[in-house]
Design a binder for this molecule. Structure first.
Ligand code: SF4
Length: 580
């Protein structure tokens, strides 16, 4: 029997900056794939988040693979993609069984089975074993006994049947590690979250208890992926730092096993400590995302985000002390949002000084407390999801807010954040511990690059970009020689025509990184600007032959009056140009 597990495309395309929000196959699909493979089934996972750009591939793949069962991972954003692919699959083979699972399927199972004949089954909640039992039943043709399978819903005799809820997996370590079968970067060490935020589906999806994998089981997964070449990980737990002892255990294991990995995580500002951050940084963590949501205590309360302002300030300051980028998520357009509450958010941003802020308009999704409230307030039913929308903006449901006002809130938040961003650099206070010096240098120079060449490099709203980059590069070099910092600083000085300074910095960089082509080339060009052609040649002749370098070398020989060599390199440049 052939099974395809598909992650479909969303209703709306994302900008490149936000593509990551929808481009990653949820880890749950890998778990299901692993459970099925360990039972001997032929399973493929298809990330079809942008297959609508080449729709013929849908048909070609389905014709070639001839699946008996297709499982879809359904979020609110991609439910229509799932329906459309299911429709094509049914047209090609009416006997194929279509199964919807995932967050949106869990909360909208009745809706899908009521309105979409393409969907045969819905797996509700944690899907590994319910899906496996369903696959077994379909394989054996035992479709009359489906009622015995827990955690599913289906149509029978014109009615929709929902079976008993499946029990959550008691010990997550008993699940197979998907890395034995697949390669991926997004990993989770737990299921659930202690929070109860009104806009989040996690509390209803996972229940009140947070389940944790053992440190050993989780690090084994990292090791398996590391051995497949994965070096960068997203730890996608709702709250990675929920248990201090376990987090430290995980980090120590990563260090002991010599896994040279870089990773980012998500946490809550009231669940980090000095010890946690120390070990997270040592084990390769470079970024933590915190949901701050609002600077207004009243709004945080309305969103049930039980966070104290002091905890937020403390968490950001501690995170930065260890050279970890603290990323802040904010929501606006919330109940009772006013210009005053927006100002409170701006005040908090200035206090916590985050180098990355992500601002979202509050949206309502099935399975959240906000959605239950909306159903009561406005008598909305699940039929609202028959519309081609991904979510419902809260402001559309609140007469005190308007789209125009909420967009203006967003604009003000972003403008203020960008205008103040460069000042945040001045107060960066890193822990003075020699064991962290190399990491501090790396952190500062990376951040410097963000201002000089990266996300903020071209953003006109970010004031004082060059100054911020320079401060960060210089700070990096107070900790350790850093390739990125030498290069960044050298380029800044060159752009200012401060060639003497640039030469000093770049020459020092070349001394520490003699193999670096970038530094050597940059130094060579800088010597040309200083009209020190002998020194320039010394550098340029060490660089790889390219059209541009050849012409530069020819210019140096010309300046030195060596006509023969000048001609030879001009010729070489022409030859290389033709080859290109
Ligand atoms: S938003 Fe974060 S803290 Fe709040 S319930 Fe969801 S996962 Fe938990």
């Amino acid at each position: 029997m052939k099974i395809l597990l598909i992650y479909p495309y969303p209703l709306y395309d994302r900008s490149p900056a936000h593509e990551e929000d929808i481009s990653v196959v949820p880890i749950g699909l890998y778990y299901i794939g692993a459970v099925l493979r360990e039972e001997g089934y032929a399973v493929e996972i298809l990330n079809w988040y942008k297959i609508h750009k080449e729709p013929q591939r849908i048909v070609d793949t389905l014709v070639k693979e001839r699946p008996d069962i297709i499982g879809f991972s359904i979020l609110n954003a991609n439910r229509w993609g799932g329906i459309e692919i299911a429709q094509i699959a049914k047209e090609l083979n009416p006997k194929v069984k279509i199964v919807f699972g995932g967050v949106a399927a869990t909360f909208l199972w009745k809706h899908f089975l009521t309105h979409f004949p393409q969907v045969d089954f819905v797996v509700i909640g944690e899907g590994e074993y319910s899906f496996l039992h369903l696959v077994k039943a379909v394989g054996k043709g035992h479709l009359k006994n489906l009622k015995n399978i827990q955690g599913i819903a289906f149509r029978r005799g014109g009615k929709i049947v929902k079976t008993k809820a499946a029990k959550p997996v008691g010990n997550l370590d008993e699940l197979p590690i998907p890395a034995k079968h697949f390669a991926y970067q997004h990993v989770v060490s737990s299921r659930g979250c202690p929070g109860k935020c009104t806009f989040c589906g996690s509390p209803k999806l996972w229940g009140n208890r947070t389940r944790l994998r053992s440190a050993e089981h989780f690090v084994t997964e990292l090791e398996l992926l590391y051995n497949q070449g994965v070096r960068f990980f997203y730890f996608s737990d709702d709250t990675f730092t929920i248990n201090e002892k376990r987090v430290i255990e995980i980090c120590k294991m990563i260090v002991e096993k010599g896994l040279k990995i870089v990773w980012v995580a998500i946490s809550r500002a009231d669940l980090v400590s000095d010890a946690i951050l120390y070990w997270m940084r040592k084990a390769g963590c470079t970024q933590i995302s915190y949901g701050v949501e609002s600077g207004s205590e009243k709004i945080r309360g309305l969103l049930n985000k039980r966070l104290k302002r002091d905890d937020v300030i403390e968490a950001f300051s501690l995170t930065y002390r260890y050279g970890i980028l603290a990323r802040a998520y904010f929501i606006y357009g919330s109940p009772e949002e006013t210009w005053e509450t927006i100002e409170e958010t701006i005040d908090l941003i200035k206090e916590i000084r985050p180098f990355i802020c992500v601002f979202y308009i509050l949206e309502i999704y099935p399975g959240t407390m906000l959605y239950s409230d909306l159903q009561k307030r406005r008598h909305v039913t699940d039929d609202v999801w028959l519309e081609k929308i991904e979510g419902i903006c809260y402001f559309e449901t609140d007469p005190h807010l308007s789209q125009e006002r909420v967009l203006a809130f967003g604009k003000r938040l972003r403008t203020e954040f960008f205008a103040n961003l460069s000042h945040f650099v001045d107060s960066l206070d890193l822990v003075d511990e020699p064991a962290f010096y190399d990491m501090h240098a790396d952190f500062c120079s990376r951040l410097g690059m963000t201002f000089s060449h990266g996300d903020y490099g071209q953003n006109e709203l970010v004031l004082g970009r060059e100054g911020a980059a320079e401060t960060l590069f210089r700070k990096a070099l107070t900790y350790a020689p850093d390739h990125r910092a030498y290069l960044g600083l050298g380029v800044i000085q060159q752009n200012r025509h401060a060639y003497e300074d640039a030469a000093k910095i770049l020459a020092e960089g070349v001394k520490h990184f003699p193999e670096s082509e970038e530094l050597t080339l940059c130094l060579g060009i800088n010597y040309m600007n200083l009209r020190e052609y002998d020194k320039a040649l010394e550098c340029l002749l060490k660089c790889q032959a390219s059209e541009e370098t050849s012409y530069r070398i020819a210019s140096c020989y010309e300046a030195l009056g060596d006509y023969q060599k000048e001609q030879a390199f001009l010729e070489k440049g022409r030859r290389l140009a033709k080859r290109c």
